[in-house]
Design a protein around this ligand. Structure first.
Ligand code: 4H4
Length: 246
């Protein structure tokens, strides 16, 4: 996958895209990142890319020319590459969006910045996403977050493709509690069932505990989750147990 990133601060991506799994995937040729600084497309001699808002108001807005000219210079009109703008006004980015975007051969990200951008820029992008209901100083971190969640779905980026298929949000529930060595840590024991070697009992325990965790922490996910007969029975047992605790 080729990923073009349009940002005023390309050096911010050093590390996030060059280290660990994404760095290794780049070395293997699975991922390719292109950094484009749209300040290079500013139309004034001072290379300004933002200006004050018409109608007054505090802060500065990114002007349309630098971004639009940079997009036009790097993405052909007939290209079906998704052009993704990051901003607090975007659709909340979810796993299903990562799953969809991971299917493309190329993606482009426009990092919003300062206090916002000229509305006309929205006519030149295909998607607008927010990573959450809070305001950041720039769109670079949201772009890194989205790229990370998308790239890990591309074959060869993470070792075990199956591992993401068991991911929390990939299946619509939160992950069950996981344990590794030692068996006993400061008096805290690994659940016996996980040491039993009885795979069916382990599978059922993991499913029940995923339902419990989702019930406790994210009832909204449960509301959208289609329960199998077994899961319905396990969830009923979880609810009974939780009600008895309180
Ligand atoms: C844009 C800040 C608009 C404030 C920005 C406004 C996010 C986010 C983000 C830099 C940009 C901010 N981007 N998810 N959350 N004045 N980007 O906060 O319209 O409120 O993706 S404003």
């Amino acid at each position: 996958m080729n990923i073009k990133i349009f940002s005023l601060f390309p050096e911010m991506f050093q590390g996030a895209l060059t280290e660990s799994l994404l760095g290794k995937a780049t070395q293997k040729g699975i991922l390719n990142f292109e950094m484009i600084n749209f300040r290079d497309y500013a139309t004034n001699k001072f290379q300004h890319v933002d200006d004050t808002p018409y109608g007054g108001g505090v802060g500065m807005l990114l002007m349309p020319e630098p971004i639009v000219y940079a997009l036009r210079d790097h993405i052909a009109p007939e290209d079906n590459t998704p052009i993704i703008l990051t901003s607090p006004q975007g659709k909340i980015f979810k796993q299903e969006d990562a799953n969809r975007l991971a299917q493309y051969d190329s993606l482009a990200f426009v990092c919003g910045h300062y206090e916002g951008f000229d509305e006309r820029i929205r006519d030149y992008v295909t998607d607008e996403y927010s990573i959450g209901d809070y305001v950041l100083t720039g769109g670079e971190l949201p772009t890194m977050v989205m790229i990370d969640s998308i790239a890990r779905l591309i074959p060869g980026v993470i070792k075990e493709q199956a591992s993401y298929e068991e991911d929390s949000f990939y299946q619509g529930l939160l992950e069950y509690p996981q344990y590794t060595k030692p068996r006993s840590f400061e008096g805290k024991e690994v659940p016996e069932v996980l040491l039993s070697g009885h795979h069916e009992n382990i599978r059922r325990w993991q499913k029940k505990e995923a339902l419990r965790r989702t019930y406790q922490r994210r009832p909204d996910l449960l509301a959208n989750y289609s329960l199998s007969k077994e899961e319905r029975k396990l969830l009923d047992a979880v609810i009974d147990e939780e009600l008895q605790k309180n």
